[in-house]
Design a protein around this ligand. Sequence first.
Ligand SMILES: CC(=O)N[C@H](C=O)[C@@H](O)[C@H](O)[C@H](O)CO
Ligand SMILES: CC(=O)C(=O)O
Length: 303
Amino acid sequence: MRLEKFRGIIPAFYACYDDQGDISEARTNALCDYLYEKKVNGVYVGGSSGECIYQNLEERKSVLSYVANRLKGKMTLIAHVGAPSTRDSIELAKHAAALGYDALSAIPPIYFKLPDSSVYKYWSEIIEATPLDFIIYNIPQTTGYTLTPSLFEKMLANKKVIGVKNSSMPTMDIERFKKVGGDDVVVFNGPDEQFVAGRIMGADGGIGGTYAAMPELFLQADEFLLQGKFEDAKLIQSQINDIIIALCSQNGSMYAVIKEVLQRRGVNVGGVRAPLEGISEEDKGRIDGIVQMIDKAIQRFCK
Ligand SMILES: CC(=O)N[C@H](C=O)[C@@H](O)[C@H](O)[C@H](O)CO
Ligand SMILES: CC(=O)C(=O)O
């Protein structure tokens, strides 16, 4: 029951900037409202997609506040509080707890290659700082650190650890983490390109960086799985993957392209922060095509 709210489709929330590149409360609210309207199950705030790595502590705190003010009580709120130092991570964690977030999450320490003992200590100190539940974020391709089932098991001895958001590519990792944790933990699929496979291998839900560009399609994929319509789920995943490949094939970074897609879908969240690159003139025309792909897929699959 306690874990029931950590299921379904949980978009990773994007950084919302004004035209000067500062965090925008109004644009953050607009993204909140759009996602609420789409009936997603929750949001994951301040992760990779939130450009957390390019924001200072005050900025990250204000984003957490704006989202909680707008969405608290309307959907599940997960705060990503991973930061370079344990000290800053704890400060973010306490802020999220005071705002009433449903759970915390954090990547392992980055930059220095630290041993498992340091990773364990880092996560444990964040967890001890607040009463909130905690979701480990395993994303080896960006952090360079791979969570093993044995460290996961060790972390699970702490009852506040409720699961893992797994972004490694093998779907077998999802199956292994689920095996270690059983029904008492939630495992989220990370790679959006294999959402359907991840769910079949045992993921309870998904947290993803492209969900907000096309929430209708991920909600429908999840629905097909719940109904046992695997052929339909496979078809929609294939269509989603064509769209993700297009999102990643422009001059601008994937997030810049997604923000332009959102703009065309009626939500202005500004651009991306450097060193992420913005879209080019040539990208603009091609992004029209991506929006058409999304619209066509919605027409085809979503009733
Ligand atoms: C490496 C990375 O950022 N992974 C995200 C989180 O798991 C995904 O949601 C991707 O944004 C998505 O799968 C697109 O490649
Ligand atoms: C899932 C994802 O992209 C994030 O961490 O924000």
